[in-house]
Design a protein around this ligand. Structure first.
Ligand code: E4P
Length: 217
């Protein structure tokens, strides 16, 4: 499973990139607003740093303007993936941009039928939002499973990008369900390493290193 980082925080992306954990980046208008940066500038900076798709989201709601914004964003760098909402205007924009060779991430997916429409519109990625479904006491992971089955039934090449990931268990479950990609905030990816027995085991080894005076160099 590929890991995308869900942030527009340059320092956090750089930090994780150095561990080889960054296969791409996703942003959205809320994350851009949180960064306090100009969308064009920060997106370019992320694209230069990361060797993988960087999703940048349009803000228009109508097809003509959405397509213009998508074409503009696509010119920022070769690794831009234009993110469009799961509306008819978004699907039409998805079809137009993919026909031009631009990667498209269709976002705000909450049902298998929506994912089916996005695949038929030629989406590169579909982003089902796990955490926001869980917030409503629904099971976001069931949606990943349903989309996996439907895409496999018909050989759709659209990649399933599990989004709105809130914790390390979501990462594990997305991998078990066969998501192609999971996008998560930096803190969630970093939290995947935590295990009390790793900490305890290392404490024990270090105590013996000290006791025996073990030196390698
Ligand atoms: C993904 O592309 C979205 O930006 C993101 O995962 C949304 O997550 P949230 O529901 O935690 O805002």
């Amino acid at each position: 499973m590929k890991f995308f980082v869900d942030t527009a925080d340059i320092d956090a992306i750089r930090d994780l990139n150095e561990t080889g954990m960054v296969d791409g980046v996703t942003t959205n208008p809320s994350l851009i607003a949180k960064s306090g940066r100009d969308i064009n500038e920060v997106t370019k900076e992320i694209c230069d740093m990361v060797d993988g798709p960087v999703s940048a989201e349009v803000v228009a709601l109508d097809f003509d303007q959405m397509l213009k914004e998508g074409r503009h964003l696509a010119k920022i760098a070769d690794n831009i993936c234009v993110k469009v909402p799961l509306t008819w205007a978004g699907l039409r924009t998805c079809k137009a941009l993919t026909d031009e060779g631009t990667k498209v991430n269709v976002t705000l997916c909450f049902s298998a039928n929506q994912a089916l429409l996005a695949a038929k519109a030629g989406a590169t990625f579909i982003s089902p939002f796990i955490g926001r479904l869980d917030d409503l006491n629904l099971d976001g992971m069931d949606l990943i499973g349903d989309i996996r089955t439907i895409y496999d039934n018909y050989g759709f090449e659209t990649e399933i990008l599990a989004a709105s990931i809130r914790n390390a268990n979501h990462m594990k479950d997305a991998a078990l369900m066969g998501a192609d990609v999971a996008t998560a905030p930096p803190g969630v990816i970093k939290g995947m390493i935590n295990h009390v027995l790793t900490d305890k085991g290392l404490d024990g080894f270090m105590a013996d290193v000290k006791k025996a005076g073990i030196k390698i160099l």
